[in-house]
Design a binder for this molecule. Structure first.
Ligand code: FEO
Length: 164
C-alpha cells in the first residue's frame, strides 16, 4: 500500500527530528571535547551516528512505500552546557520529547490503518525505551559521582568504551 500524504509528511517531519537529534548530540560531543571529557565526547559521537541511522530508517521506509523524502531546515543546536550532568539531563529530556513524537506517529498510523508504518514505529517505540534508559543510567551515575575527581575520570573512561 502506497504511503498516504499525511503519513509521508509526518515521517518527513520525523526525519528532521532525528537529524536534529544527531546535530544536538554532535554539539554535545564538541562541548565535551572543550572540557576535556574525551570519553563523553566519544559516547556522544556514537549517539549522533545512531540518530543518522534513525533518520535513514524513515528515509528508506518512505521510499519503499512509493513516497517522497523532502528534507527540512535544521535549527542551530546549543553549544554551551553547565557541565556533564547538564548534558545528560538535557539528553534525557530530549529523548523523552522524541518518545512523544514517536508515540504520536504511532497513533497516526493506527488512525490511518497504515499497518506497514506500524511495524517500523514499533521498532522505534522499543528503541526509545532503550534511549531513555541509557540516558537515565548515565545521569544517575553522574549524580552519584559528582562533577570532578576520580569518579568522573572513571566514568569518562567507561563512556570511551561505547561501541559503534
Ligand atoms: Fe532517534 Fe535518540 O532517538
Amino acid at each position: 500500500m502506497e504511503i498516504s500524504k499525511k503519513m509521508q509528511d509526518a515521517l518527513n517531519d520525523q526525519i528532521r527530528e532525528e537529524l536534529y537529534s544527531a546535530y544536538i548530540y554532535l554539539g554535545m560531543a564538541a562541548y565535551c571535547e572543550s572540557i576535556n571529557l574525551q570519553g563523553f565526547a566519544h559516547w556522544m559521537k556514537v549517539q549522533s551516528q545512531e540518530e543518522l541511522e534513525h533518520a535513514l530508517k524513515f528515509y528508506e521506509h518512505i521510499h519503499d512505500r512509493g513516497g517522497r523524502v523532502i528534507l527540512q531546515a535544521l535549527n542551530q543546536p546549543p553549544a554551551e552546557y553547565q557541565g556533564p550532568t547538564d548534558v545528560f539531563a538535557k539528553t534525557l529530556e530530549h529523548e523523552q520529547y522524541i518518545t512523544g513524537c514517536i508515540h504520536r506517529l504511532y497513533a497516526l498510523a493506527v488512525e490511518e490503518k497504515d499497518y506497514a508504518s506500524l511495524g517500523l514505529l514499533q521498532w522505534f517505540v522499543d528503541e526509545q525505551i532503550e534511549e531513555e534508559k541509557n540516558a537515565t543510567e548515565i545521569l544517575n551515575l553522574l549524580k552519584m559521582a559528582g562533577e570532578k575527581g576520580q569518579a568522573l575520570v572513571m566514568l569518562d573512561r567507561q563512556l570511551a568504551q561505547r561501541g559503534d
